[in-house]
Design a protein around this ligand. Structure first.
Ligand code: TMP
Ligand code: MG
Length: 205
């Protein structure tokens, strides 16, 4: 068994920015290089994540602070039940969203310092890619994909969330803002280039 702790890589961005596509592309690319890769996402499809999805679909109503705590609890369970174990077993873990989503989205209504506090026990990713795509393009993609509109999927909210992501990209170590308004392959190429620079994956071509 490979006992080297492997990298934890996160994708962030607005809904419709292309983060799921890019997570999937990176998984395939790393697997071709011979690595074992696990692709996961937040909110999870576990007990707490399912509750959160109900709130996002507007089927359940909770106040903003409670929603922030639910996201944080879903994350802690995700780390302790899945992410940490896999990293220890030599598997590269890619997560489609993680704690920067909480800082960017929940900070519309909740104090960011408190959001950081309730997430302070979460492990720090080795790399975070923030896919930066204009909100208008994101909204068009969302509307093409499905009929219902979720909690944060409104243009003015997305504009604000995008600004938060820009600030977070500057503040956070190991976070890269990637221009998502390009063909999928160009976005992927920039991501692969950054992944190649991870020391633990040394020698990756
Ligand atoms: P998804 O569309 O990528 O499945 O994510 C669901 C929504 O939840 C999306 O609008 C982002 C939002 N979200 C938060 O507001 N806070 C969080 O901590 C996470 C993980 C997601
Ligand atoms: Mg969504």
């Amino acid at each position: 068994m490979n006992t080297k702790r492997m990298p934890f890589i996160v994708f962030e961005g607005l809904d419709g920015s292309g983060l799921s596509t890019q997570s999937f592309e990176l998984k395939g690319w790393l697997e071709k290089k011979g690595y074992e890769v696990y692709l996961t996402k937040e909110p999870t499809d576990g007990l707490i994540g399912s509750l959160v999805r109900g709130v996002l679909r507007k089927e359940l109503k909770v106040d903003a602070k409670t929603l922030a705590l639910l996201f944080a609890a879903d994350r802690m369970l995700h780390i302790n039940n899945t992410i940490s174990n896999l990293l220890d077993e030599g598997v590269i873990v890619i997560s489609d969203r993680y704690r920067l989503s909480s800082y960017a989205f929940q900070s519309l209504e909740v104090d960011i310092d408190w959001l950081k506090k309730i997430n302070e026990k979460s492990i720090t990713p080795d790399l975070t890619f923030i896919i930066d795509t204009p909100p208008l393009i994101c909204m068009r993609r969302i509307q093409k994909q499905r009929f219902h509109i979720e909690l944060y999927e409104e243009i003015d909210k997305l504009e604000k969330i995008r600004e938060r992501y820009h600030e977070l990209a500057k503040e956070e170590s190991n976070a890269f803002l990637i221009d998502g308004n390009r063909p999928i392959e160009s976005v992927s190429a920039e991501i692969f280039k950054n992944v190649k620079e991870l020391e633990i994956l040394e020698g990756l071509e």
